[in-house]
Design a protein around this ligand. Structure first.
Ligand code: GBH
Length: 479
């Protein structure tokens, strides 16, 4: 069964060189504010929903980002590191509550603006392009308590004010903007399963769809602000970051094939169909009925082509089968099951530390081709791709730095991107997740996604792993 299909030739570590990519391709590393910054109470930053969620009894979160890996104080060192390793781009996110502590957008916190000015200037000094995400899950806490966060349409207005302030303050230097990171995860993990802030799980048949709807409208409205007021003068581009696993049909049965298609509709189509085709996928309308909100004509217009590029976060793939009854609400409505073993029993790929992450390099080529074909061959950045190791309390530093499996992961997935480019997909850049080991949300510091090891027991010192050094050699044309 394994080895079917044209994308399967690169299951092993691929052969890949810098020459397989265009000269002006962006190779970056990525992080997000709450996962790396720390400085929770510094610079007059307001609390966000993760600050509060991670100190709430009964959540599964086992740590917090109060200090995280302290990029707030070490940004210069981190920028030097990115530069020394040879990357030419850095994707990071802004903490909304550093800029507007209560989220209301009435008074800009100048301390927050200076911090990001310093970071952006340090990057540009080293010739590193900043790719700036406005929202990577850390909603100002006051917007959660006062207006129910993403459940209400009012959020669109607050997000637009925040976005405008960011374009105004940083857009003379920032030319690549992302509005929202993975609206799918906020909707499903934040409002269905409840493992992410704000931890809601009591109305899984309605709230995820409202949270998604308002994120889409907030995205479109921010893009509108950028295009009307800033784009001509600043000349940058703006997009949305979606996450999508590849869904390979478990078998040739028609039920499994359409289950796999539905799975992608519920991950990718949920966000890209309204932008390209004016409404949610038909499969979603059919299954969700009145639980799926409607767009007004004006909103449809606002959403229409509201992006210059698609940002894709991609880590893993699944075999998808038709399954009429499952325990998870989001899977139940799709009637699907995600499977990690081929019908013959062999795993779809080696497993990383996280139980959801299987190494399946060919899946990335398939997702990229899927997006190109379905959505008019848009410009794409792979905005996240990577794998994690288990934090080990016992093994020596040298062992932790020798991340052979991650080197193979990057080789395989980069080869897959290169193949997609030769297939005709318009991929312009690739970002490895993550620059540093960091706060891995519900899993705290137990999972390490970094190219650079952070020694939590020794002053958060940074130590490049073999994978970071592999990238450096790759940039120089050597292997
Ligand atoms: C990305 O999401 C995020 O953008 C990034 O912040 C994060 O660090 C990275 O993934 C690695 O996880 O049940 O706790 O195991 C990718 C989509 C969403 C995949 C959450 C894993 C399960 C979380 N991810 N999901 S958990």
């Amino acid at each position: 069964m394994k080895g079917l299909g044209d994308g399967d030739s690169s299951t092993g570590p691929g052969e890949v060189t810098r020459n397989d990519f265009p000269e002006d391709f962006f190779f970056g590393v990525a992080t997000s504010a709450y996962q790396v910054e720390g400085g929770r109470a510094e610079g007059r930053r307001g609390d966000n929903i993760w600050d509060v969620f991670s100190e709430t009894e009964g959540t599964i979160v086992i740590a917090n980002g109060d200090i995280a890996v302290d990029q707030y104080h070490r940004y210069k060192e981190d920028v030097d590191l990115i530069s020394k390793l040879g990357f030419n781009a850095y994707r990071f996110s802004l903490s909304w509550s550093r800029i507007f502590p209560d989220g209301l957008g009435t008074k800009v916190n100048e301390d927050g603006i200076s911090y990001y000015n310093n970071l952006i200037n340090a990057l540009l000094d080293k010739g590193i392009q900043p790719f700036v995400t406005l929202y990577h899950w850390d909603l100002p806490y006051n917007l959660q308590t006062s207006i129910e966060g993403w459940l209400t349409k009012k959020i669109v207005e607050y997000f637009s004010i925040y976005a405008e302030t960011c374009f105004e303050s940083f857009g003379d230097r920032v030319k690549h903007w992302v509005t929202i990171n993975e609206p799918l995860q906020t909707a499903v993990n934040g409002y269905d399963i409840g493992i992410f802030a704000p931890g809601r799980k009591d109305n899984p048949s309605t709230e995820p769809y409202l949270a998604a709807h308002h994120q889409l409208l907030a995205h479109a409205s921010a893009v509108d602000v950028y295009r009307k007021k800033f784009k001509a003068k600043q000349g940058g581009e703006i997009g949305l970051v979606v996450d999508c696993e590849w869904a390979e049909p478990f078998s040739d049965r028609i039920e499994d094939k359409s289950a796999a298609e539905r799975r992608i509709d519920f991950q990718l189509g949920w966000f890209l169909d309204p932008i390209f085709f004016g409404d949610y996928p038909k499969t979603m309308r059919a299954r969700l009925g009145s639980n799926l909100p409607q767009f007004s004509d004006r909103e449809k217009e606002l959403l229409h082509r509201s992006l210059d590029f698609v940002g894709l976060n991609h880590y893993t793939s699944r075999l998808i089968a038709h399954m009429p009854s499952t325990s998870d609400q989001f899977y139940q409505v799709q009637e699907i099951e995600g499977i990690v073993n081929w019908p013959g029993g062999e795993a779809i790929g080696p497993r990383a530390a996280s139980d959801w992450l299987y190494v399946v390099p060919w899946g990335l080529r398939k997702v990229l081709n899927y997006i190109a074909k379905k959505y008019e061959n848009p410009m794409i950045y792979v905005t996240e791709n990577g794998m994690d190791d288990e934090d080990s309390k016992v093994s020596a530093l040298e062992q932790a730095l020798d991340d052979k499996m991650r080197v193979d992961y990057f080789k395989g997935y980069l080869a897959s991107v290169a193949q997609a480019i030769s297939d005709g997909v318009d991929v312009r850049g690739y970002f490895a997740w993550s620059l540093l080991d960091n706060f891995e949300w519900a899993q705290g510091y137990t999972k390490r996604f970094g190219l650079v090891y952070v020694d939590y027991k020794n002053g958060l010192s940074r130590h490049p792993k073999a994978s970071a050094l592999w990238f450096s050699k790759f940039f120089k044309g050597a292997q």
